[in-house]
Design a protein. Structure first.
Length: 59
């Protein structure tokens, strides 16, 4: 298995959400599943969170 950086993107009605994490996986498919599982575990166990970085650009 190799360490992989995974970026997941979800298009929502009012914006786009990105989840970026690192996982150990033997393939891209395994990496995506591992990243999804980590995201779900984070959301189940978090009481409160906030964004810690941002970028604002004119349109």
């Amino acid at each position: 298995m190799a360490r992989k950086k995974v970026t997941l993107q979800a298009t929502l009605p009012h914006g786009t959400f990105y989840w970026v994490t690192e996982v150990d996986a033997g393939s891209e498919e395994e990496a995506v599943v591992a990243a999804e599982n980590l995201f779900m575990a984070e959301m189940e166990n978090i009481d409160e969170w906030e964004f810690t970085d941002f970028d604002v650009a004119p349109l």
